[in-house]
Design a protein around this ligand. Structure first.
Ligand SMILES: [Zn+2]
Length: 138
């Protein structure tokens, strides 16, 4: 007599056993798949956590820039930029600073005369990066 391996119930026919197994015990597989939403929840928690960490990092970076004020003065930053220009950029040795100005963003603007051109540059207020905007021919 066919017997169910999982619960020991006996059946008159193999077919009856198969019907029982598919109806009663296949349901256990379904219960296993119902655990997937928990996986999604864990994933959601992960992204929530990642978002919180990112937010904290942004606050720390903002605090570093604005609360602890790692900014150089306009003169310090542009002087540092000119030193870099004259020592490291080809044709920059004879560069002269024409004018500087503060901007509302995180850069100082500086106009430099080099190789018979006026070149607009931007130096970040922490003095770490120098951008060349464009060169205009006179
Ligand atoms: Zn069974």
């Amino acid at each position: 007599m066919p017997e169910c391996e999982q619960c020991g119930r006996e059946f008159d026919t193999e077919r009856g056993l198969h019907v029982h197994q598919s109806q009663v015990h296949d349901g256990e597989d379904l219960e296993e798949t119902e655990e997937k939403p928990q996986g999604f929840l864990l994933q959601a928690d992960f992204w929530k956590l990642a978002t919180v960490i990112l937010a904290v990092l942004l606050v720390i970076m903002a605090a570093d820039m604005y609360l602890f004020d790692s900014h150089l003065s306009e003169e310090e930053a542009t002087t540092k930029a000119m030193d870099y220009l004259q020592e490291n950029i080809q044709g920059g040795a004879n560069a002269t600073l024409i004018s500087t100005s503060d901007t509302n963003s995180s850069v100082y603007q500086m106009r430099v005369r080099a190789m018979d051109q006026n070149i607009d540059m931007f130096v970040t207020k922490d003095g770490e990066y120098l951008f060349f905007n464009h060169a205009e021919m006179d």
